[in-house]
Design a protein around this ligand. Structure first.
Ligand code: ADP
Ligand code: MG
Length: 447
């Protein structure tokens, strides 16, 4: 079986999504969609018309992207929803659904297994988990307001924030919440601007005891949404409403956000999630295997836990693919199969970290062109990015100094070595540069 056949991948994504949605809802929105094309790392999915495509994007977009990343184990996969312009308007069933699900359609969808029960606690995520539990249980606690959870991709931020939502949804709870992706927040605000009607935007915050906002880093560059959000934040906070935010980086690294917003993010508890240790990875694997009702020997789990270290999503990707393979081919999941799967999934990661890819990400971050990066200019604005690219290529690929030199238009290995030393020195002296390099590294590792 070809693990990344995009059409299969979409069908499996639909199958997973169907487990989280009501059948009627699934049929109305998702059932008749199909994979159309791949555009870079974006799967293009076609819907009946653009109305359906737009609705699916705002309502289920982030859930579907999470699912597709989980089953493929590839963090960079994204989805694009297309459809021809809707002709006379939405069909009656579409109308029915937008009006009857009006209040919940303002929320991003929850994954049914992203609960506290399904979250393995380890030293890497202990504080974030404790904070999440505390705010779920005790609304009066101001020391955790806001709760700001940050960490790299695929480490469980969405899982934890949704676990809070699930907890609040239980029958005996009298508390209301909004769970939103920041993308939905931005989109709703922009629609408000265009239509000069902010009712929907306001409704996102109305009458809620909890605001759960996922992936706050997407506020970057959205100046007007930031402003509007700032006011909502203050209002909620003043009224003792609990706010929970997640981000891929700590507050002080959200450089494009205004200082006053960043300082508010630090008012309560800031908790990070790091990549899990071996024992936690093993416990997560055991949970996944149990969920999938698979039989996998300890040796194989040990092998997977030792091979995949940085990202929980990749762990679940491997288990999902092994499960699919063993079901399709009716073969046992043994060491042989696991080794093949791991080398193919790690292979896709290392294949993507080529000198060319690294150079182009560096070039983009420093606003120079890839050809300037490889060229001869020695002014600082080009020289430093070139040296950064060399040092990241050295770190992230297995290329020799000589090969790296040839990639940069035939420079020799000592130039490369000097560049790497120079960057190490600069990083000590210039914290801004250090942060920037860290940001680029993070971006590269998540591709
Ligand atoms: P993020 O939002 O940080 O990118 P997610 O919350 O989407 O990451 O997590 C990626 C996958 O890993 C999800 O399938 C999630 O259920 C799983 N996961 C992450 N951390 C844990 C954990 N501690 N226990 C169980 N599953 C986890
Ligand atoms: Mg997430």
């Amino acid at each position: 079986m070809e693990p990344f056949n995009p059409s299969d991948l979409w069908n499996r994504c639909l199958y997973e999504a169907s487990k989280h949605l009501e059948a009627t809802e699934f049929d109305a929105w998702l059932k008749n969609s199909s994979y159309e094309d791949i555009n870079g790392t974006r799967l293009v999915i076609r819907f009946r018309n653009s109305f359906v495509a737009g609705h699916v994007k705002s309502r289920f977009g982030s859930m579907l992207e999470d699912i597709i990343r989980d089953i493929s184990g590839m963090n960079e996969l994204a989805l694009q929803f297309i459809g021809d312009p809707a002709k006379p308007g939405p069909s009656s069933s579409e109308r029915l659904f937008t009006s009857s699900t009006l209040s919940s359609s303002d929320s991003t969808f929850l994954r049914s297994n992203y609960t506290f029960d399904h979250f393995i606690v380890g030293p890497n995520n202990q504080l974030a988990h404790a904070g999440a539990l505390a705010v779920s249980r005790d609304i009066d606690s101001t020391i955790y307001n806001p709760l700001f959870i940050y960490g790299g991709v695929g480490l469980g931020k969405t899982h934890l924030i949704q676990a809070i939502a699930h907890h609040l949804r239980q029958k005996d709870q009298k508390r209301t919440f909004s769970y939103l992706s920041t993308e939905l927040l931005v989109e709703t605000f922009i629609k408000g601007v265009i239509q000069n009607d902010y009712t929907k935007f306001r409704r996102l915050f109305q009458g809620i005891d909890y605001l759960l906002l996922d992936d706050i880093q997407f506020l970057k560059g959205k100046v007007e949404t930031q402003e509007a959000f700032f006011h909502r934040f203050n209002e909620l906070h003043q009224h003792g409403k609990q706010i929970v935010l997640t981000s891929d980086r700590p507050p002080h690294e959200l450089q494009d956000l205004p200082e006053r917003l960043i300082s508010r993010f630090q008012w309560g508890l800031v908790a990070d999630i790091k990549p899990p240790e071996y024992e936690t990875r093993l416990a997560i694997l055991q949970l996944l295997v149990k969920d999938e009702e698979l039989e996998v020997s300890h040796d194989v789990l040990d092998y997977i836990a030792s091979s995949i270290r940085k990202n929980v999503r990749q762990l679940s990707g491997v288990i999902h693919r092994l499960a699919a393979m063993s079901r399709l081919t009716k073969c046992k999941i043994d060491m042989n199969l696991a080794q093949k799967e791991i080398s193919s999934s790690l292979g896709t990661i290392t294949r993507r970290l080529t000198p060319g890819n690294i150079a182009s990400v560096v070039a983009e971050s420093f606003d120079v062109s890839p050809s300037q990066l490889k060229g001869k200019q020695r002014k600082r604005s080009v020289l430093v990015p070139r040296q950064v690219a060399m040092s990241l290529i050295r770190e992230l690929t297995s290329l020799s100094l000589k090969d790296i030199g040839s990639f940069f238009s035939g420079r020799d290995h000592s130039t490369v070595l000097n560049s790497i030393d120079r960057i190490e020195e600069l990083k000590q002296k210039e914290p801004d540069l250090d942060r920037k390099i860290e940001e680029i590294r993070r971006k590269l590792i998540s591709i």
